[in-house]
Design a protein around this ligand. Sequence first.
Ligand code: SF4
Length: 473
Amino acid sequence: MDQERPAREACGVFGVWDDPEAVAKTYYGIFALQHRGQESAGIASTDGRVIQRHRGMGTVGAIFADEQVLARLAGRGAIGHVRYSTMGASLLQNAQPLVANTQWGTFAVAHNGNFTNGPSLRAGFEAAGAIFQTTTDSEVFLHLLARAGGSDDPAERIAAACREVRGAYSLLVMTPGMLVGARDPQGFRPLWLGQTADGKYAFSSETPSFDLTRIRPLYEVPAGTLVVVDAAGVRQVRFAEPRPAHCVFEHVYFSRPDGVIFGDAVQEVRKALGRQLAREHPAPSADIVIAIPDSGNAAAMGYSLESGIPLEQGFIRNHYVGRTFIQPSAASRALSADLKLNVVRSAVEGRRVLVVDDSVVRGTTARRRCHYLREAGAREVHLRVSCPPIKSPCFYGVDFQSKGELMAAVHTIDEMARIMEVDSLGYLSVEGMLSVLSSPASDYCTACWTGDYPVPIEEGMSKKSCGEGPSVV
Ligand code: SF4
């Protein structure tokens, strides 16, 4: 991934219900989701009477380094969250889970995604005198839960709130008496239901966190549906007709390769993307294929398998540096991009190198890396990208910013090849990308590549997302 702007909301959620080890499992669960956000994290737990919470800025390991913190949270139900924020919202008060006391009881919310109508909902509440303590649109959801009228059944209130919001959300909502997982009608972001060996239920953004906590994945929460877990067991409540638009970028970059999302194993999808890339953009003169690790690894493997060009390790990753995509400031991201990868001179010197990256956003990091390959003695550098050119912003949880900052939105392929100083450049086609996925093409969101947005974008959100000020998170 070439990206020097932060993801707006590359968050992860995890929760367990009615389990004596709920807090410990949630801790390990969000630990395994750390790649989705490193700016803040938190856990809320309940003993069946009250909800307690601990949250902080930084990584899960640092926030919960003191075992006493986890001990104080003890309870049989817990939800956790890891977060990356939008610009200007790198604040402790925005760290999740959010907790609110209402006339209907206490709710804790952990949210992955972006409401596209968050700004107008918020403006409406503020006009009516509501006070907000965060700049997140997750708090809008709490206001929807808390408002007057409606049912006193928490599940019905959650379903009613879900019918009001638009856009991308995989939500966990916990009360002292139940845990609910909710997924928007498009199913933009992943959300799984799982079960412990003792028959207790859990939710997670991705299955690798279930592996770590010895939880068996059951099924992905259906789009437009709540999965309610309480003393009566588990049940589904459909609140909207599903209109699937799963985020393909989850497969391309976000999700862990050891997981399964939207019905497909991520590692296999990435390998298939690499194979398809080799068919669409062969480079018969290349001596070796190398990956930009880690998210380019599987695609490079696929390219090598399809083309017969041997795979080499051309970059070594320093795993003690944070993930570039989700570093909060431009300066620290640029520095960490250089700290993170180093060229293996012995692998590339004197060779014609084909380098596979999963995506190119602004082009600056890719350019620098290709330059380093030449500095190390590569005779030729051919760049292949295992997704199509990113030309449009995302309003559903990934911050690609304005069109002007997206390299492919303002340059042709030839211009980009010149700017990045590569001998050849090839991007996977949209059709080729969708061809490797198991669901029909119409079930996926491809808006950042095609500009075809499956959920309309509010005018206010569009402006804010184009750099006119802090946006919703
Ligand atoms: S616009 Fe791109 S990144 Fe955003 S949800 Fe759609 S596919 Fe994913």
